[in-house]
Design a protein around this ligand. Structure first.
Ligand SMILES: [Zn+2]
Ligand SMILES: [Zn+2]
Length: 304
């Protein structure tokens, strides 16, 4: 059973959320859904659901192999602490899965599809990449099976985590007092979807924001820095197939353009990296932006 197999049960609730958002947006006189972006999100979400019928999953096999042969504990799902412990562990590993999906280009090639959204709305929450089984990012969760969590329970908790994230994609909900910086909120997730240099690769948590705070990636939405949604280098098309494969195509073009000694860096280095300083990673973009900002403003911007 894959995570996305669980998400299918959530579709009725999800459609109700879309309807509420459409209604509320109309009342506020906001146009939240353009036809091309919406079509792309529906198409990409639909095909993503179909990919779960591919019978072979290397990561699935690896998870089960670890659970069956190498788990150090047998954690009882009936114990009162099992589900809270599973929740916190999953949040921890989800944080790293998501963060690495931004920091390693091979994983980013799949995750960039979710970030191709230029029009934030609940429907866009279902825009997931099709190539997880090539990126293999879910290997990050393997230590959970090693600890003794059943793969099925991990998948269920991951499904809950992703369901929670649907409502975060609305632009209609402002900052929520007491929740900001503790739980993931629409405001925190708006920052996550921004291409502004200062917001890049921030707020990776699923339900919780505490791991972002712990590992220094939490940033609150600021009034003086309005969010600009999408990718730093836009796909330039609403064609869902182009969106789904655009970063793989970029990788292929780079491999053709540079000698073999750079291939590891081009595939597994950070997105934006290119040999001889020809590219720009998000860290470099942020630094350049801040340096420019320090020159422009008399108040120094705190370093990372
Ligand atoms: Zn992301
Ligand atoms: Zn999102």
């Amino acid at each position: 059973m894959s995570v996305h197999a669980i998400l299918i049960y959530f579709i009725p609730f999800f459609l109700v959320m879309v309807a509420i958002e459409l209604w509320a947006g109309k009342r506020e006189g906001k146009k939240l859904y353009g036809p091309s972006e919406s079509f792309a999100s529906i198409f990409i979400g639909f095909v993503q659901q179909l990919t779960r019928f591919i019978p072979f999953s290397l990561v699935g096999l690896f998870w089960w192999w670890i659970y069956d042969n190498h788990r150090i504990f047998t954690l009882e799902a009936g114990s009162w602490w099992y589900w809270p412990l599973l929740f916190v562990s999953l949040e921890f590993f989800y944080y790293w899965f998501h963060r690495l999906s931004h920091e390693i280009r091979w994983l980013w090639a799949t995750h960039a599809v979710h970030h191709s959204i230029e029009e934030m709305n609940v429907l866009a929450a279902y825009r997931f990449g099709w190539t997880n089984r090539i990126s293999l990012g879910s290997l990050v969760y393997a230590p959970m099976m090693f600890m003794g969590f059943h793969p099925g329970a991990v998948v269920v908790m991951l499904g809950i985590n992703l369901m929670y994230q649907s409502w975060l994609h609305t632009t209609l909900i402002p900052k929520i007092p007491l929740m900001e910086g503790i739980l993931n909120t629409p405001s925190a997730h708006r920052v996550h979807h921004a291409k502004n240099a200062d917001y890049l690769d921030r707020n990776h948590g699923g339900v919780l924001m505490i791991f972002d705070r712990l590992f220094g990636t939490y940033v609150a939405e600021r009034e003086d820095e309005p969010v600009d949604y999408g990718l730093v280098t836009p796909v330039g098309s609403h064609n869902p197939v182009k969106i789904a494969f655009h970063e793989w195509v970029n990788i292929y073009k780079d491999l053709k353009a540079y000698p073999m000694r750079y291939w590891l860096g081009l595939c597994f280095g950070p997105p934006g990296w290119k040999p001889n300083g020809e590219g720009m990673t998000s860290k470099q973009m942020r630094r350049a932006y801040r340096e420019a900002d320090v020159i422009a403003s008399p108040v120094p911007v705190p370093a990372e």
